[in-house]
Ligand binder design. Sequence first.
Ligand code: AMP
Length: 588
Amino acid sequence: MEFSILAEAFYKMESTRKRLELTQFLVELFEKTPHDVIAKIVYLLQGKLRPDFEGVELGVAEKLAIRAISKSSGSTIKKIEDEYRKGGDLGQAASIIMEQKTQTTFLVEDITIERVYETLFKIANLEGSRSQDMKMKYISSLLNDANPLEASYILKILLGTLRLGVAENTVMDALAIAFSGSKENRKSLEHAYSVSSDLGKVAEVIATKGIEGMEKFEIVLFNPIRPMLADRVKSEEEAMEKMGEEFAAEYKLDGERVQLHIEGDKVVLYSRSLENISSYYPDIIEKIPKAIQADNIILEAEAVAMNENTGEFLPFQELMHRRRKYKIEKAVTQYPISVNLFDILYCNGKSCLELSYKDRREKLEKVVKEDEFVKYIPMAIVKNENEVEDFMENSINAGSEGLMLKMLDKPYQAGSRGNYWLKLKREYQNELGDSLDLVVIGGFFGKGRRTGSYGTLLLATYDEDEDTFPSICKVGTGFSDESLDQLYQILHPKVTIKKNPRIISEMEADVWFEPELVIEVVASEITLSPIHKAAKDVIRKGAGLALRFPKFTGKIRVEKAVEDASTNEEVITLYKGQKKVAHDKNLM
Ligand code: AMP
């Protein structure tokens, strides 16, 4: 299939943010696509080559791309850089330069999607001393044969700046319409996506096998499953109302969620955002197989830093020391952990997702042996508010954040947030009832003691409908010297010349960051704001929502993807919740 068809579709998609229009463009594109390239198209339109969990990264630097454009177009580096500065988008700059191409070249080969994809794949896999030269060679070979529009998209994909604004849900809507005739069938696609975390594979199966293929979608070992998430409640009382007569309460440990895929000695670990994080936990890889009494298994656990002498759980921040490429062995002995299992998703070739919580817990305790390192998460069956309160005390005393409450008779709902699981936190029983996980979008340089760091950060929620990051507050309190330093190390490489188009902010920051990092904040209140953009126009026309007195909790949530940040919906619910409390108080 010709790459020009894809480039033209991308061009149309870039011109709109309206979800219905985007869906329509995608349906038209999918209907033209042969089945053997559809997976590739689905990855490319998300700016990827493979599903995230495979960790295939293009990693092409701007400098190298500029040299490749120069080589293919005959233009000087300076001219390309000037053009880039004018528009702020290197893909666009390349297309303008290519229009004015000074060298006359003959189009020797039509460029197909297959060729572009394969070349990009080769680039992603290059390593070693000669890799830069080889990358140059591959990029210019594509640019030589590309027309200006094609060149601009090839570069955007290479540099990771393609932003079509198509959320996964939009892709699934379009696939459902194109291959089953109706958006109503999206539920089946969601199931397939939740068990495979691979939208390309979902596309290929629905294109070739239709909707029946979706229903038969099965878990595959070493393909992560999208995690089940919990709703929040503010009090024991509210929990009782929602959970019914009898339910399970587990400690809510403050560590990193890990999905463990195990077969014999082969162990792969995935984070909550489904990245392969095996390299941070060589101790889990080594010790877990001994505890397993099954041929193959998928488990979920919270990896928690421990004080080895007292057996106390330590806060999440301690795990940050493990996020390094080198000298991991030293970090493993300095910052010991335990693995606290709370679910089983697959065992001996069979899915466990349909089993009730009670049956899954039983199975977990049957097929995994506890030892010094591997534990079941502490759990109690509770029946009334007193028992919840009591277990909460134990949990807090052990160093955890609160409780997770789980319905006994419900299945595991991969990839969705619902009220079969509720979280009840003690730590942040501030006015809002919960902390928020927000995306860092901008920074302001620090003064005095904070010189050389970002003293204040601009934060955003995630707008699921628009796939954007609207601003919600500036935060300048709650930072220790150590956290300022850590944040600087993480954020400095994410500084961009131009604000990413997914960032929605009227407020100007000193620097803009690629929206890639999530941090946790608490606040006293949510208010209407003329400046901030979160949930704009929802409560009142012309106003967004903002946090009052926000404070950083010290938690840098490296394990969360920006799409897992608090959404506009959640902030609206919190806003309405506080209104209700105020209203109830007035009535008293
Ligand atoms: P939150 O990140 O505040 O939405 O809380 C959900 C997270 O709590 C999960 O992603 C897990 O990392 C963590 N967690 C801790 N203890 C448990 C538990 N017993 N069951 C499920 N998740 C847990």
